[in-house]
Ligand binder design. Structure first.
Ligand SMILES: [Zn+2]
Ligand SMILES: [Zn+2]
Length: 162
């Protein structure tokens, strides 16, 4: 994992035309280490605090802006008004999010769309797609079952009253 983080970091640094200070490097490596997560700024801050106490919120926000502008990370709005960030580099690209409206769980899925849809968009609209993400709202497996039993429970009460 450590080696992987270093090599991904190296690639990103090459892509970036800006100098990354050691504090910014820590922020970037935290994103890489948590590639499978969607982080809020507060969650990021909590993780970074353990690595370097000197990194403040202002530095985190500024670094996020730089990483966003350079397509290194992406910003998500999963409908709960707290923006979440995740790595947006090649190997994490083009996945979709199933968002549970009840518990807020976010499940990542890929291969929902056929590959040739990008070619079709280019052919019909002249639009070159560089990346995409779908947000699909609904209920996760647990919540779906919980909601079903809640409904049954309410139905039960109604049946007893009537
Ligand atoms: Zn849920
Ligand atoms: Zn994601």
């Amino acid at each position: 994992m450590k080696l992987e983080v270093e090599s991904i970091m190296e690639n990103i640094m090459k892509k970036l035309n800006i100098r990354l200070t050691s504090q910014r490097k820590i922020i970037l490596s935290t994103f890489i280490e948590n590639m499978d997560k969607h982080l809020t700024v507060n969650e990021l801050y909590e993780m970074i605090k353990d690595k370097n106490k000197l990194i403040g919120m202002a530095t985190i926000y500024r670094t996020i802006e730089i990483l966003l502008k350079n397509d290194i990370i992406v910003k998500h709005d999963f409908g709960d008004s707290v923006p979440k960030y995740e790595l947006g580099i090649e190997r994490k690209k083009n996945h979709h999010h199933l968002i549970c409206k009840r518990c807020g769980k976010v499940i990542e899925v890929s291969e929902l769309l056929k590959d040739d849809f990008q070619k079709k968009i280019l052919a019909t609209e002249g639009f070159q797609c560089t990346g995409y993400t779908l947000k699909i709202f609904g209920y996760c497996d647990r919540c779906r079952i919980a909601l079903l039993s809640e409904k049954n429970y309410i139905q039960d009460i109604i049946n007893k009253i009537i």
